[in-house]
Write a protein that binds this ligand. Structure first.
Ligand SMILES: Nc1nc2c(ncn2[C@@H]2O[C@H](COP(=O)(O)OP(=O)(O)OP(=O)(O)O)[C@@H](O)[C@H]2O)c(=O)[nH]1
Ligand SMILES: [Mg+2]
Length: 424
C-alpha cells in the first residue's frame, strides 16, 4: 500500500492525499471517522480524521499501536493522543485508491500521512506516484503540474496531457517520412515552431527571471516592492542599502515571474558590498529580461552601459522617480537623460523605455505592462503544442538538425522516441 500528498508540498488552502493498494479503502475506513462503513467508488464522504502528534518516534510508535487497536476494534478511538480532528472529504476514485482532501497546511498533511504510515502504507513523494498516463510526455506534464503556480501555466500542461505535443510530433514525423519536398518543408516548419515555444515551456514551472539592476539609490528596491505589492526589500535614502539580491515571486498576465532586486552597482565601499555587486552581475547574466533602472534626476550612467554589455537578455529601461519631474513625459526628457541614443532596434524592443514612480504619478503600471509585453507577446495560444523539458528541446533540436541535413528517416525516429514508453 502506498500513500502520498499529490498536491504540491506548500502551504495551500486544500491538499489531496491519495492511498493506493488492495487495502486502501479498509485502511481509510479504520483511520477516519466517516458516517459510512463502506466506501463506494465515486461517492463523496465527509468526516473527520483524528490528528495525533508526529513529533517523535515514540508518538509514531504510539500511532502504530493505535492503528493496530483500531484494526482489531473497528473505528473506535479512545482519544488519548488525539490533538484534534481534521475535517476531511474522502472519495474512493478507483477500486484500489482513496483520495483524502484536507486543509493544505504541512502539519495536517504530515499528521495524516504519519497515521497512514503507521497503518502500513509506504509514504512516497508525489513524483513517484504511479501515473495512469502511458505517454512519457503526458507523464512529465503531470509531474510538472505539481510545481505550477498559475492557472495559465497549468492550462499549458493540461494541453500536453491531452496530447498536444504528442500529436504535433507524430504529425511532424509523418511529414518527415512523406514523399514530397512539401511534406519535408512542412516538417521543418513544424519543428521550428515547436522549438520557438520550447524556451517558453521550460519557464512554466521555474517562472521567468526579471532582474532589476542599476546604480545605487535609483529606486530598484522601491520598484520590486511596488510590483509585488509588499515590502520585500529594504528602501532607504542611503546609497548601497541592498547588499545581496532578493527574489520575489509574482504573476504577470497569468504567467509566473520571479523578480530580482540587486545591489546597486558602483565602486564598492567595502568587501561585503563588493560581493553583493558581483552577485548582482551574476543574476544579470541569467536574466530572461533585464530592467535597467535609471533615476530621472541623474540619467543614464556608465554603470548602465556596463550592465547593458554584461547581459545578452532582452532589456527594458525604466526611468524612475518620474514624480520628481513635471515634464517627465516630454520628448526632451529622454535626450536630457542621454537615453535617446539607444533606439528600439538596438534593444530588440518595440517600446524600450518606460517611466515609473513609486511615490506618485505615473505609478508602475507601464513597467508591469512592458514586462508582460516583452515576455509574453508571443505566448503560445491555448491548445498549442509546447515542449517543456530539456530532453524534449534537445530531441527536437536534434531532429531539426537531421532533417536539415536531409536525414529525414533518423529525424522521424528521434521524434518517435520522444514519446515512446520506456523500454519500447
Ligand atoms: N520621489 C521618489 N523617490 C523615490 C522613488 N523610488 C525610490 N525613491 C527614493 O529613493 C531612495 C532610494 O530608493 P531604493 O528603492 O532604496 O533604491 P535602490 O536602487 O534599491 O538603492 P540601493 O539598494 O542602495 O542600490 C529612497 O529614499 C526612496 O524613498 C520614486 O519613485 N519617487
Ligand atoms: Mg536597494
Amino acid at each position: 500500500m502506498i500513500a502520498a500528498r499529490l498536491t504540491a508540498n506548500i502551504p495551500a488552502g486544500i491538499a489531496t492525499i491519495a492511498v493506493r493498494g488492495s487495502h486502501a479503502a479498509s485502511t481509510v475506513l479504520k483511520l477516519a471517522r466517516l458516517r459510512t462503513r463502506h466506501l463506494e467508488q465515486g461517492r463523496i464522504h465527509y468526516g473527520h480524521w483524528p490528528i495525533r502528534s508526529i513529533n517523535s518516534q515514540a508518538s509514531l510508535a504510539r500511532q502504530k499501536s493505535d492503528a493496530e487497536v483500531s484494526q482489531t476494534e473497528g473505528n473506535r478511538d479512545d482519544g488519548r493522543q488525539v490533538l484534534g480532528d481534521e475535517q476531511v472529504v474522502v472519495c474512493r476514485t478507483r477500486v484500489d485508491q482513496v483520495e483524502i482532501h484536507c486543509h493544505g497546511g504541512s502539519a495536517v498533511c504530515d499528521a495524516i500521512l504519519a497515521s497512514l504510515q503507521a497503518a502500513g502504507c509506504d509514504v512516497i513523494h508525489a513524483e513517484e506516484w504511479p501515473s495512469d498516463q502511458t505517454s512519457p510526455i503526458a507523464q512529465a506534464a503531470e509531474a510538472n503540474l505539481l510545481y505550477t503556480r498559475t492557472d495559465r501555466a497549468a492550462a499549458v500542461f493540461l494541453d500536453q496531457i491531452a496530447g498536444a505535443l504528442t500529436n504535433a510530433s507524430r504529425d511532424i514525423a509523418d511529414d518527415l517520412l512523406g514523399e514530397t519536398p512539401q511534406d519535408w518543408q512542412r516538417a521543418l516548419e513544424g519543428l521550428q515552431r515547436l522549438l520557438r515555444h520550447a524556451n517558453f515551456g521550460r519557464r512554466l514551472t521555474s517562472g521567468w527571471k526579471v532582474v532589476l539592476a542599476g546604480p545605487p539609490n535609483v529606486g530598484k528596491s522601491s520598484l520590486i516592492n511596488s510590483i509585488v505589492g509588499q515590502t520585500r526589500s529594504i528602501v532607504h535614502a542611503t546609497a548601497g542599502t541592498t547588499r545581496d539580491w532578493i527574489d520575489a515571486e509574482t504573476v504577470i498576465l497569468g504567467w509566473p515571474i520571479s523578480i530580482t532586486d540587486t545591489a546597486g552597482i558602483r565602486e564598492a565601499q567595502d568587501s561585503i558590498e563588493q560581493q553583493g555587486i558581483e552577485r548582482a552581475l551574476e543574476r544579470v547574466k541569467v536574466a530572461d529580461l533585464l530592467v535597467l533602472v535609471v533615476d530621472i534626476t541623474v540619467g543614464w550612467t556608465h554603470t548602465h552601459e556596463v550592465l547593458r554589455e554584461a547581459s545578452d537578455a532582452p532589456k527594458l529601461i525604466c526611468v524612475t522617480k518620474a514624480d520628481l519631474q513635471a515634464d517627465w513625459s516630454s520628448a526632451a526628457t529622454l535626450s536630457r537623460l542621454r537615453i535617446s541614443k539607444f533606439d528600439s532596434a538596438q534593444l530588440g524592443l518595440s517600446s524600450s523605455v518606460v517611466f515609473a514612480s513609486t511615490a506618485g504619478e505615473p505609478g508602475c503600471d507601464a513597467l508591469i505592462q512592458a514586462i508582460g509585453r516583452q515576455l509574453f507577446e508571443n505566448a503560445p495560444p491555448p491548445g498549442a503544442a509546447v515542449p517543456f523539458t530539456d530532453l524534449q528541446q534537445e530531441a527536437l533540436s536534434r531532429a531539426l538538425e537531421l532533417a536539415q541535413r536531409g536525414d529525414t528517416a533518423t529525424a522521424a525516429q528521434v521524434l518517435h522516441q520522444l514519446d515512446s514508453p520506456v523500454g519500447h
